[in-house]
Design a protein around this ligand. Structure first.
Ligand code: CDP
Length: 804
């Protein structure tokens, strides 16, 4: 029992009336409108002269001009001035002429699937096209409560854009804020654009466009299942098919196909965006959702499958096509679904592909040679983007390029090496977006983070190693491992495309043409190859008890689901009945994996000092590597000497703790401290950020109830043997199944599964023989390795796995 009233906000009366009318026509009944299916026609020059498109091209500029006139005295004036400068490049984006079309489609339908090449302007422009639409304003609605009274609530007003990666969410928010001439996030209460990523949220009371990671949207759904803040959710980069995007899509499908009283019957608009054209699966996915809704509404059909339906196809005059679905029997004239599909024609300059004539054994070395070949032969400007597998290969190559550049002819342009991987601190990541200084060539060394998520302008040369680090669930071990694997053809094409965004370019593939032809066509969705624990916990916390009926875009294997349920049961996140427990509810709200969330709660049970210690260690585990790899034997010995005071014989966890406490206690020059101990200053800065955020979250979630004086800088947890035991036991609460005992033959055998596992060479316990070990991560390179290792006692493990 809900009524929609006028939109909030000061509008002239005439306008308000019109808007009110529009608001009702875009209401729930929309779900029965026609499906439009087909390419958005690319406007001909004629079109551009005569149609809305022309108005769309000119209108915003007029707006900006007049606003600037009015607000010349405002302190946001420099921002608006910059926005005006950026407007010219926005107008040239391939998506720009489609603005009116996209707006119209979303007035008519609630779900739009949009395909456009990377760089065509999807992520930056679509939110701006939509934010002033009438349906996008906050609406006051009255909801009838249990006691019959009416409660006014505000629904909508904000657009969420989900990104698979933190770096993309932040850099896009920054860019869109610049384009709109508004301050970013929490820097001003008037800011219209903000972002929210794990351990970093920057929004203001006026935020209308919010970029957030998929994981953060899932978190928000736990607190606000109907996403009442939002008028629209834009799901970006869906082709990456990470596990979180699959969950987001499942929840959104449920949300739009359920009876939307929770949102005061204000529909949520959903836009799903992809850089690759394969949208058929998604089209079916959303259609099924609407069919389900219809069958519920009409009450006659329990469930419908495609087999029940007949599809009628009609070509429209404007080049689009409409599908109409007809159901047999008593529901005979269903108009069609509320889904439209649209293709944006991209702008891509030719890219010449150069394959390696022979298979490459050491791609870091091969990349080094190619970088300098380009640098010696090709003129500047023209930056180089190198795709590598992970932090280690990036850092190795960074070192080699810098070293080699020292011996370069001083007459040549300079080289500026910029690493780009997920675990880097935000400020360092953002440096790649700054244009190269004069007479300098940027060489960006990136993981697949730069494949589609971020657009770095100035790149003309791409060097592609053809591999990426991927998560792979190993069912026998019940664990995720990170494996370096060949990329798919579609990833190779994306990588190549990065060289042809602004002008023609070249792509050096460090593999043979035959290897390219042998690659898989597409990436395997992550849901088929990773641990499902966190996803299941999110579903359970959001009230989905029957996991098997959840609308998965791709259904995960049953075995993996069972393993994940078992894992959650082991850490007491679920009750025996399969329902979520109190512990599970707490864990689901933490921005951590279930195992680390369990560790944090166990730390809290062991007292506040233990919790702070555990937070320090978890912070280290959340950034990739605080101890940089050593390349030579000589360096290795030097590192061992430099880190000697930090190393703890109990293992890596307490070593991390000693490092954080040593670094935090340094008040004068932390950079010098890090250099002296051969610890990554960059990684430690991230650790400190994460630590601060985790402490704040623990206070907010009332896990830390005391008013501590923000982690005393000079804590020392090593005076007391008991406190060390408490820390290790807290970790066991989350990782009891990641344990191995020493076998008679001197190898370690996992306690669950009896597999052989060796201690990774990066561990302080490497080469040591102890009764039993606990580890955070399982890595498979040429053999199975345990990483993040500490000694434990077998009776502690038994205590957790089989409590008395
Ligand atoms: O989403 P899609 O890949 O289609 O494109 P986009 O991310 O909206 O980027 C469109 C253009 O905006 C890029 O070609 C860049 O010129 C610019 N851009 C930027 O300069 N900085 C960013 N952080 C993001 C985009």
């Amino acid at each position: 029992q809900v009524t929609a009233s006028a939109p909030v906000g000061e509008l002239p009366t005439g306008k308000r009336k019109k808007r009110k009318r529009e608001a009702t026509t875009t209401g729930q009944s929309d779900s029965l409108r026609n499906v439009t299916h087909g390419d958005v026609p690319k406007p001909t020059p004629e079109h551009q002269e005569n149609s809305h498109t022309k108005r769309a091209l000119h209108r915003p500029q007029v707006d900006i001009n007049s606003k600037i006139q009015r607000q010349k005295t405002s302190h946001h004036f420099p921002l608006r001035e910059k926005a005006r400068g950026l407007y010219e490049s926005r107008r040239k984006l391939p998506i720009f002429p489609y603005a009116d079309d996209i707006r119209k489609r979303l007035r008519d339908t609630n779900v739009m699937l949009l395909v456009g090449e990377t760089g065509s302007g999807k992520s930056t422009q679509i939110p701006q096209f939509l934010v002033d639409e009438d349906w996008c304003r906050p609406k006051r609605v009255n909801i009838t409560q249990m006691d019959g009274t009416q409660k006014p609530v505000t629904v909508g007003g904000c657009i969420a854009i989900t990104e698979p990666r933190r770096v993309a969410a932040i850099s896009l928010a920054r860019r869109v804020a610049e384009e709109m001439g508004t301050p970013l996030g929490s820097s001003s209460p008037a800011s219209k654009v903000g972002y929210s990523v794990r351990f970093d949220t920057s929004i203001s009371p006026s935020t209308r466009i919010k970029f957030l990671t998929e994981g953060m949207l899932l978190q928000e759904m736990l607190h606000d299942p109907w996403l009442t803040k939002y008028s629209a959710v834009l799901v970006d980069e869906v082709h990456e098919r990470g596990i979180n995007v699959d969950l987001v899509l499942g929840f959104l499908r449920n949300l739009i196909s359920e009876n939307p009283e929770g949102r005061g019957c204000i529909p949520l608009k959903v836009v799903v965006m992809s850089a690759t054209a394969d949208m058929e699966g998604l089209l079916d996915f959303f259609r099924e959702g609407f069919l389900k809704q219809r069958s519920q509404v009409q009450g006659n059909i329990e469930s419908s499958s495609d087999g029940d339906l007949k599809l009628e196809y009609k070509a429209n005059k404007d080049g689009t096509a409409s599908n109409k679905w007809r159901m047999p029997g008593n529901i005979n004239s269903v108009k069609g679904e509320n889904v439209s599909l649209c293709h944006i024609k991209g702008r891509q300059f030719p890219v010449k592909v150069i394959y390696s004539p022979e298979p490459v054994h050491d791609f870091v070395d091969a990349a080094l040679k190619v970088i300098f070949k380009i640098h010696y032969k090709e003129p500047i400007p023209g930056d180089i983007l190198v795709f590598l597998t992970g932090q280690e290969t990036v850092e190795n190559l960074e070192y080699l390029v810098n070293d080699y550049a020292l011996g370069m002819d001083p007459a040549l342009p300079k080289i500026l090496v910029l690493p780009l991987f997920a675990a880097l601190p935000q400020a360092v990541q953002q440096r790649v977006f700054t244009p190269a200084p004069p007479r300098t060539r940027k060489v960006i060394l990136a993981t697949n983070i730069a494949e589609t998520s971020v657009t770095v302008s100035g790149v003309r040369y791409v060097v592609d190693c053809g591999k990426a680090k991927m998560k792979q669930f190993r069912t026998r071990l019940g664990l995720d491992s990170l494996l370096v694997k060949p990329i798919s053809k579609s990833a190779a094409i994306q990588r190549k495309g990065r060289a042809g965004r602004e002008t023609s370019g070249q792509c050096f593939r460090l593999y043979t043409e035959k290897d390219y032809l042998d690659l898989d066509e597409n990436n395997t969705p992550e849901i088929l190859r990773c641990d499902l624990g966190q996803s299941i916990l999110t579903m359970k916390a959001r009230g989905v008890d029957d996991i098997t009926n959840f609308p998965f875009l791709t259904r995960p294997p049953r075995e993996a689901l069972e393993k994940a349920l078992l894992q959650l049961l082991n850490i007491q996140a679920l009750e025996e009945s399969g329902k979520i427990s109190e512990i599970g509810l707490h864990i689901a709200k933490l921005p951590l994996t279930p195992a680390l969330g369990r560790v944090l709660l166990a730390g809290a049970e062991n007292g506040h000092d233990c919790l702070l210690d555990v937070i320090d260690i978890i912070s280290c585990l959340s950034v990739e590597n605080i101890f940089p790899n050593t390349t030579s034997e000589e360096k290795k010995e030097e590192a061992e000497r430099a880190r000697r005071d930090l190393f703890r014989r109990e293992g890596d966890h307490l070593t991390m703790l000693a490092t954080v406490q040593g670094y935090a206690a340094e008040n004068t020059d932390r950079k010098a401290w890090a250099e002296k101990h051969m610890v990554s200053h960059r990684a430690m800065q991230s650790v400190m950020d994460v630590r601060k955020q985790l402490i704040a979250q623990c206070k907010q979630a009332k896990i830390l109830t005391f008013n501590d004086t923000a982690t005393p800088q000079n804590r020392n947890s090593f005076d007391n043997e008991n406190s060390m035991l408490a820390i290790l036991k807290s970790f066991l609460a989350g990782f009891a199944t990641n344990t191995a005992r020493l076998a008679l033959d001197g190898s370690y055998r996992t306690i669950v599964g009896n597999q052989t596992v060796a201690i990774h060479p990066s561990s302080v316990l490497f080469g040591r023989k102890v009764e039993a070990i606990m580890y955070n991560e399982f890595v498979f390179t040429n053999r199975s390795y345990a990483r993040g290792v500490s000694t434990v006692q077998m009776d502690w493990v038994t205590e957790v796995l089989a409590p008395p």
